[in-house]
Design a protein around this ligand. Structure first.
Ligand SMILES: C[S@@+](CC[C@H](N)C(=O)[O-])C[C@H]1O[C@@H](n2cnc3c(N)ncnc32)[C@H](O)[C@@H]1O
Length: 377
């Protein structure tokens, strides 16, 4: 394990980004219930065969939107509507084909269209990388050729119970990403975008401020830890992830003005050592990538690095006994990871118990994930 960014060498810029207030949980849940009710009504109003057709056509929409991002069209339209021919010329694209893609999206209500000029709408503006709430990486990642390959094998996965990853590449996702820089940037950019939406809530759902130090294990480029440190100004942080990932942490920590309180460590949180003796250990969207069998020794390794009074905070989807949850993320894990799954509270309790932890509580948030708080047993 090596220090990728020695804290002593860091300056202490003033906080540039403040963490917005998280919306109240009740209001978010109410809004989601209304949205689902409206969608159910819309589904009931149309002839079922058309509703169904529209549902499966979402894949075409996703692919078309992904192409706009990857081809640079969305960024170009981020500056305002453009004529299709000059757009094709400046981006070296085939104008008639580009026109057909833009026309299809515009007639679907996802772009504006006037003569041969096309522009983004409120829904598609975040496709531009310069948008403050850009979703460009998520769109690119979910519509990637890799995910298309893996999801096309859903039938095999259900037939055999084995994930589809070995049909795509040797090694694991992380080593594959290391060898594919564009996809590496899209994946970790997508994680940052996803985390950005929930971080204001996650940073406040646990009283990190009552503790002195927080490690974020597999913390990506540091968005969540930066938000935690910005909300809790007395806490010090340690960000741990692979070297190729933490290499992107500097600007994120600087954006929040927390570089002087955060050590950045390139290390292996799965098979190697993690920092010892800190107060709180956070791991967001790590546990769901592993079967119980594979997760247990990882958690046990973390447990061994913790003090008896340290706290473990996993942040993941918690599957409720009934009602909505991010079910398609569970399927993504089933297909693309090696035995990963989203867990019920009982499943978390069981796997934590096997690794020497006691589940203390599950804290729901307005984001899609909950905090699973555990202590050494
Ligand atoms: C699903 S991403 C979650 C990233 C971040 N926690 C978030 O929620 O935005 C999983 C992270 O675990 C990291 N990771 C996977 N295996 C690792 C290992 N053996 N050592 C260190 N980090 C690892 C990946 O590089 C990636 O950043």
């Amino acid at each position: 394990m090596s220090n990728a960014l020695a804290p002593a060498a860091l300056t202490a810029p003033a906080a540039l980004t403040t963490v917005p207030k998280a919306p109240p949980l009740g209001a978010v849940r109410f809004g989601q219930r209304v949205q689902r009710a409206v969608q159910a009504l819309v589904n009931r109003m149309g002839p079922p065969q058309f509703v169904l057709m529209d549902l499966v056509a979402q894949r075409w929409r996703a692919d078309a939107l992904g192409a706009l991002v990857r081809l640079g069209v969305a960024d170009a339209l981020g500056d305002g509507p453009k004529d299709v021919d000059s757009l094709a010329k400046s981006l070296r694209l085939h104008a008639p084909s580009l026109y057909r893609v833009l026309r299809a999206l515009a007639r679907d209500g996802l772009l504006t269209e006037q003569d041969r000029r096309f522009g983004l709408t409120a829904v598609t503006e975040p496709l531009s990388r310069r948008h403050p709430s850009s979703m460009a990486n998520i769109v690119s990642e979910l519509s990637s050729a890799r995910n298309a390959h893996l999801w096309a094998r859903l039938g095999d996965v259900v037939r055999t119970g084995d994930g589809a990853w070995p049909s795509f590449a040797d090694g694991d996702l992380w080593s594959w990403l290391d060898a594919h820089p564009e996809e590496h940037a899209a994946f970790h950019g997508a994680m940052r975008e996803l985390t950005r939406e929930g971080a204001p809530a996650y940073a406040r759902a646990f009283d990190f401020g009552a503790h002195g130090s927080v490690a974020d294990l597999g913390g990506g480029t540091g968005y969540l830890l930066a938000a935690i440190l910005a909300v809790h100004p007395k806490v010090r942080g340690v960000l741990v992830d692979e070297a190729s990932v933490v290499a992107g942490a500097g600007p994120v920590l600087a954006e929040f003005g927390v570089r002087d309180r955060c050590e950045v460590v390139a290390g292996d949180v799965v098979g190697g050592d993690v920092p010892r003796g800190l107060d709180v250990y956070v791991a967001k969207n790590l546990a769901h990538g592993f079967s119980d069998e594979r997760l247990t020794p990882v958690l046990a390794r973390w447990r061994a690095a913790m003090r008896p009074d340290s706290t473990l905070v996993l942040i993941d989807v918690v599957v409720p006994p009934a009602g909505p949850y991010l079910g398609f993320l569970d399927l993504q894990m089933m297909i693309a990871s090696n035995g990963g799954l989203e867990r019920t509270p009982e499943q978390f309790e069981a796997v934590l118990g096997k690794a020497g932890f006691r589940l203390e509580r599950v804290v729901p948030t307005p984001g899609p994930m909950s905090l699973i708080v555990a202590r050494p047993a």
